[in-house]
Write a new protein. Sequence first.
Length: 313
Amino acid sequence: MNCFAITALNTIKIRSDKDGERLDVFIADSLPDITRSAAQRLIEAGNVTIGGEPVRKNRRTSHGEVYTVTPETPDESEAAPQDIPLDVVFEDGDVIVVNKPRGMVVHPAPGHPDMTLVNALLSHCRGSLSGVGGTKRPGIVHRIDKDTSGLVIAAKNDRAHTALAAQLSSRTMKREYDTIIRGSPKNDHGTIDAPIGRHPRDRKRQAVTQEGSRPAVTHYEVLAGYEGYTHVRCRLETGRTHQIRVHMAFIGHPVLGDAIYGHKKAEFGLSGQCLHAIKLRFTHPSTNEPMEIETELPQYFKDVLTMLQNRTR
């Protein structure tokens, strides 16, 4: 999700415990998809109003006030096709499912203007992607992190995109991930039901928190145990930013290789988190047939498992 802008109108009411707070701070805390600097830009641009009137930059909140926050006008510079190899797992006239390699960003964003999955899809599909996501995110129904590998589904037309997005919203689209975590959970399977929002002190991170958060549920199952580490299958019920990484760290078992939520020191030659989107279930938007797509573990993941097996013997 773009942390530099909001994409829908929001109405927020000042609670008594937020009386007298800086308005930009309150907006950033209340809307998990927006930074404080973005809140300041919205105020300066007149996108934050009360009673239909734009507010001043130095305004402080007052209990009971209701503010309306409208989106910024996005930068819609068009992503360009780039001939980048893709591992296509499934494709027809409506959808394409790709096995994304780790290190590839899903769509253009600040710091990553090209060489993304979107650039590759535009070339492969010859521009035949839905326009629902805008010119920078054509076809993109959901995302995975840059250093997370695995299955990503994209839509080739607006009808398919709308249908798939509805499945994602209603939680009927199922996504499963394999990961290696540090330590061993107390139970071989379980559910982590803990809301996720922006970290209260580090705006670049997410955290389990009650403030400005959204519900987040992850189901997990132990696949194999090793000396100091565990191979786990996770099933997402919700899809919050960094959800598996945050939830695993929350229960004391951070994802191996995750320098943001786990250990800073690199292990087993990893340059990012050991996390792979391995299975995807959805209903085909045209045929209504149930689809289940699964991919193998990537080589980097297999290499870590081999090293763990060798040290456990």
